[in-house]
Design a protein around this ligand. Structure first.
Ligand SMILES: [Zn+2]
Length: 574
């Protein structure tokens, strides 16, 4: 038996003349590569059976490009560390690691990457002793060079590589993956790796995936032997919407995709682990020669209980009902590792009255179970559009008044007639800000500013930061020195929520039988369109006007802002 010391010594003598071990990379790495904060001190392929085939492509000369779409929290970083040690020890060549930014990579290089190289005997022996050969963004080994860069033009130019790894490519700016591909200079033995969660349909990552053979991690049903991927649509759970989400999630089971088969996988670590360990990839596409794709989703990850996954999904569906698509998008991209596609179908039906008349409430009487009522005001150059809506604690609401007025005094008169508390009068201050502030300050009305921001970070009492579609209140002074309360709201997000109410997906959002024709025209004055952001060059969806008079839509959007602020609409505090 050799001691560790003598083995290290022998290894270091061998470092430049040792023949490759001829083990498959996954076998070589397993039990050998040191992992910082890993499940086990050494990389173990059994912990992540979905990495076996992707890792083994390192030794397959026919594979030129690998797209590996993986959900978060399933060992993508560990995969990189294992792959890198194999390359350094067994199949060296100039290698470039690309991350979203320099800083992301620097952090990883200084901690986890450094740890893996130093603590894996085969690579530790090769680490250059000259500290000048070990910089933050490069390591010049005696037999190969390793470079790191953020996904930017300067970092992706000039160097010629044998292998390039692209981490979290869903975050790269358009064009950067191609710049990165250019570093391989068409070498005969080149390999290009893309490791990422999913992004959006038709982004550079998605296009790269579409060119591969799209292998899906699959299992054979223990009963009927149908081979199938872990599919989200095969997860069944109680559809009783009267139950709370947690209770429903706890009924979840994975079923077999064969409708004639009765097999169900119970939510136990052991059963799910056994299923994952039996898994292998099945190609679902022709693809370009040498372009290999691997995909799996969170359902394969037995370490995450199925009920937790289903709870995330049910919470995302709850938020979707009030127009908040963030959680659903994150679930699709980060858990299912599938591209997100904005559903842009606009199925607005004509609005019909909900069985009451405006004059039934024009004396200021409350609606049944009323919690709050708001008066929202859209300021034009010489007139205003106004809307009074009463809200219940369950998020349902009734429109009580809509119309056009000419003066600030008429706003006051309307607020008095409808018994709206001064603070619950919200006035658009985007135009004539100082004039609006001067009107709001003495009356204790609240000024609002619509914003093009997607959302605003908000720090909760426990220190966690969430994104909300409105800011907390600030105070400003108008020119005569009086204090006025104001807030900003994220226009596109709030309009998504309004649209969910308008189309009947959220809580009841009633209008009177005699809603003015002008209101009915103006409420449908905007549609959501895809456009390219001039700054980021990424495509995004924004609400745009289809007719000039969109004031009904605007004053209703401000109602949504007020209802969000008073927590009448749920889904934004999670
Ligand atoms: Zn079956």
């Amino acid at each position: 038996m050799k001691t560790k010391k003598s083995r290290d010594l022998i290894d270091s003598f061998r470092k430049s003349c040792r023949p490759p071990a001829r083990l498959a990379p996954s076998v070589w790495a397993s039990g050998r590569v040191a992992i910082m904060d890993g499940l086990t001190p050494k990389y173990q392929i059994e912990n992540a059976p979905w990495q076996r085939e992707p890792l083994d492509t390192l030794a397959d000369g026919d594979v030129k490009e690998v797209v590996f779409l993986a959900p978060i929290g399933t060992g993508k970083t560990t995969f990189m560390e294992a792959a890198l040690q194999y390359i350094i020890a067994e199949d060296p060549g100039p290698t470039l690691l690309v991350g979203q930014t320099d800083d992301d990579l620097k952090d990883w290089a200084e901690t986890r990457m450094d740890y893996a190289i130093r603590n894996t005997p085969e690579t530790a022996a090769l680490l250059p002793e000259d500290r000048h050969k070990r910089r933050k963004m490069q390591v010049l080994f005696p037999h190969m060079s390793l470079f790191l860069t953020g996904a930017n033009l300067s970092g992706l130019q000039s160097k010629s590589m044998r292998r390039v790894f692209n981490d979290e490519a869903w975050q790269y700016r358009p064009g950067m993956l191609n710049e990165s591909r250019g570093r391989l200079h068409d070498r005969w033995n080149r390999q290009f790796f893309i490791l990422s969660q999913a992004g959006v349909k038709n982004d550079d990552l998605d296009k790269s995936w579409e060119q591969t053979d799209k292998r899906e991690f699959s299992f054979s049903c223990p009963d009927c032997h149908t081979i199938q991927p872990w599919k989200w649509c095969n997860v069944e759970y109680s559809d009783d919407e009267k139950l709370d989400n947690l209770t429903r999630a706890k009924t979840a089971r994975l079923k077999c995709e064969n409708p004639a088969c009765k097999w169900r996988c119970e939510d136990s670590t052991q059963k799910r682990r056994a299923l994952a360990e039996s898994g292998s990839y099945v190609a679902t596409n022709e693809g370009l020669p040498g372009h290999v794709g691997f995909h799996y989703n969170v359902l394969c990850n037995w370490r995450k209980p199925l009920w937790e996954i289903v709870l995330l999904w049910l919470d995302a569906k709850t938020a979707q009902r009030v127009g908040n698509l963030d959680l659903l998008r994150q679930f699709i991209q980060k858990r299912l590792s599938e591209s997100w596609e904005e559903d842009n179908t606009d199925n607005r039906k004509e609005l019909v009255g909900n069985g009451y008349l405006m004059n039934e409430f024009s004396d200021g009487r409350k609606i049944e179970n009323e919690a709050y009522r708001f008066l929202t005001v859209d300021k034009q150059r010489d007139h205003f559009w106004v809307c009074v809506r009463a809200w219940r604690a369950d998020g349902s609401s009734m429109l009580l008044h809509f119309g056009r007025i000419e003066t600030f005094d008429q706003i006051l008169e309307l607020a008095t007639r409808y018994n709206v508390q001064p603070r619950m009068v919200f006035v658009d201050a985007q135009y004539d800000t100082d004039l609006v502030y001067s009107a709001c300050a003495p009356k204790d009305w609240t000024a609002l500013h619509g914003s093009g921001q997607k959302s605003f970070p908000y720090t909760r009492k426990d220190g966690t930061v969430i994104n909300r579609p409105f800011t907390r209140f600030s105070e400003a002074s108008n020119t005569s020195g009086r204090r006025v309360r104001y807030a900003h709201w994220a226009s596109d997000r709030v309009k998504d929520i309004l649209h969910a109410h308008r189309t009947g997906l959220a809580a009841a959002w009633d209008i009177p039988d005699d809603a003015p024709a002008e209101y009915l025209r103006q409420i449908d004055a905007e549609v959501k369109r895809e456009m390219v952001n001039a700054k980021t060059k990424q495509s995004e969806f924004r609400w745009v006007k289809t007719r000039n008079a969109n004031h009904g839509w605007d004053v209703e959007a401000m109602q949504i802002v007020a209802a969000l602020m008073l927590k009448l609409i749920p889904g934004f505090d999670a």
